[in-house]
Design a protein around this ligand. Structure first.
Ligand code: HEM
Length: 510
């Protein structure tokens, strides 16, 4: 009796070992840490994965195999191999691995982020490139970005000059998160959920609840995710996913209806993604699943990434007062103390642009990008990558590679004056937005918002560590996760440096 119970437990590892042996004999796989039966390397991976993979690359070389249960994951960590993955073999590596939760959220890839490469993807991607992220629309949405950045400045000013707060530190993330939230919801849904007093309306609260519920149920999956034959023991909570989707669809449809009524009344077309989706859905043959999927893709991909990038940049600027001061001198010279910065000033602020680039080099918010999946057997660096394997580019490690970067750990924006390095997918040493077919479509929008936020924070305030904390003591560790927040949220003391009349929000109604 006891033996019959143990049998499957002995049987499955045996099958796994045979499967591993078959793989090793049939394919010439990249080297890597020895996998355990059933779980592979899952229990050897340290929580901050990109650091762990970079350490393993030191021992095994720039291309490694890591087994998540029975799924092969290949991680490349230098610019040559990044080019092979994202340019030379781009087409064979342009599918996505969908976990069960990603498959549920995206209705099996009916959106953009989780779609495999194929006719649906090409159609939706074209819509995004031509319509959603066109230079014209980006420019049309500029007033929203500038409104939100000025609201951030007003809010920080109000808090740091309140009598009880003088000289006290503020939680920087709170202000950055508000800009990212308001910007992305206005851009996507054409709606500001928060009024000028900072009170969030009912739809905004529902929106926030849906986002956090999505994170909760998405994270609740067990390690059986990586071991398909174990999934029967860990079934998905179908009801929770169905409820979540219904709630998300209900809110989106409700806003869509309000929007349609408002548009009919005003008669004018606007620049929001919502308008583009509603007016162009027939031209591009977009289903309702795709419209809803795309809107929520933008929220997922465009909200945290920008706020995270600015938090890291501010931490580096506080740790490097020389750079902070040099960026401020440039702002004072170009803009002065009688007006605020706008995006039209960017081209005259090369040092500021380099500060943003240097922050994205050292702290890309998605250090392993999003995993790609091989849709055919492919060779990378002479190794076999079987169909169905996941391929990651460790863009964090690539951007710190001492073979291609001088003093890579130093925060030194001047390096980009010595050599101009593109960061939108053309130079494989610097890939915060990825490259190739799946390069981030929101890259320019992200760069504009990040540069504008850093520029306003530096023009309006001096930034110092909290009283009693030295710059060296700021914790530069990362939180585990697909997007990399600072482990310890940054606290800092802002001191206003411009005339008081320049701290008011410049609200636009659009
Ligand atoms: C600093 C800001 C940002 C960074 C660093 C960033 C980075 C990335 C990266 C690394 C990828 C994966 C590329 C790949 O798989 O090869 C990606 C994909 C994506 N990003 Fe961004 N992103 C940012 C901002 C945004 C914004 C603001 C939006 C939209 C509003 C956006 C929308 C997307 C979408 C839709 C995808 C999926 C593309 C696809 O699968 O074809 N991102 N982003």
């Amino acid at each position: 009796m006891a033996f019959s119970f143990l049998l499957p437990l002995l049987f499955f590892p045996f099958i796994f070992l045979l499967y591993q042996l078959y793989y090793r004999l049939r394919f010439r796989l990249p080297p890597g840490p020895r996998p355990w039966p059933v779980v592979g390397n899952l229990y050897d991976i340290k929580p901050v994965r990109f650091r762990c993979f970079a350490e393993w690359a030191q021992s095994y070389g720039p291309i490694i195999s890591v087994w998540f249960g029975s799924t092969l994951n290949v991680i490349v960590s230098n610019s040559e191999l990044a080019k092979e993955v994202l340019k030379d073999k781009d087409q064979q590596l342009a599918d996505r691995h969908r976990s069960r939760s990603a498959a549920k959220f995206s209705r099996d890839g009916k959106d953009l982020i989780w779609a495999d490469y194929g006719p649906h993807y090409v159609k939706v991607r074209k819509f995004c490139t031509v319509e959603l992220f066109s230079p014209k629309r980006l420019e049309g949405l500029r007033p929203i970005r500038e409104d939100e950045v000025s609201a951030m400045v007003e809010s920080i000013y109000g808090d740091c000059t309140a009598p009880d707060n003088m000289g006290k530190s503020l939680l920087v993330r709170k202000y950055l998160g508000a800009v990212a939230f308001n910007n992305i919801t206005r851009l996507a849904f054409g709606k500001r959920f928060v009024n000028s007093e900072g009170i969030m309306d009912k739809q905004g609260q529902e929106f926030k609840a849906i986002v956090s519920n999505g994170v909760k149920i998405g994270a609740s999956l067990s390690m059986a995710e990586h071991i398909p034959w174990l999934r029967w023991m860990f079934p998905l909570d179908e009801e929770a996913f169905a409820k979540h989707s219904a709630r998300r669809d209900r809110l989106t449809r409700e806003i869509m209806e309000e929007h349609t009524v408002a548009r009919e009344k005003s008669g004018g077309a606007k620049q929001h993604f919502f308008d583009a989706l509603l007016t162009l859905k027939d031209k591009y043959d977009l289903s309702e699943d795709t419209i809803i999927g795309l809107l929520w893709d933008m929220i997922t991909a465009g909200m945290d990434t920008t706020a995270i990038s600015v938090e890291w940049a501010m931490a580096e600027l506080i740790k490097n007062p020389r750079v902070q001061q040099k960026a401020q001198e440039e702002l004072d010279r170009v803009i002065g103390h009688e007006r605020v910065m706008t995006e039209a000033d960017f081209s005259n602020l090369p040092y500021l642009q380099s500060v943003a680039k240097e922050a994205l080099r050292l702290h890309p918010p998605t250090p392993l990008m999003l995993p790609h999946r091989a849709n055919a057997k492919v060779k990378i660096s002479g190794y076999d990558i079987p169909k169905g394997s996941n391929v990651h580019v460790n863009v964090w490690a690539v951007a710190r590679d001492p073979d291609v970067w001088k003093n890579p750990l130093e925060f030194r924006p001047e390096r980009f004056f010595e050599e101009d390095v593109d960061m939108k997918g053309h130079d494989f040493r610097l890939l915060p937005f990825g490259a190739g077919r799946r390069v981030c479509p929101g890259a320019q929008l992200g760069i504009n918002l990040v540069t504008s936020m850093i520029g306003h924070l530096l023009h309006h305030f001096n930034w110092a560590p909290p009283n009693g904390v030295s710059a060296e003591e700021i914790d530069m560790g990362e939180n585990p996760g697909m997007v990399t927040y600072m482990k310890t949220p940054l606290e800092a003391v802002p001191t206003p440096r411009l005339p008081a009349n320049l701290y008011n929000r410049v609200a636009v109604n659009m």
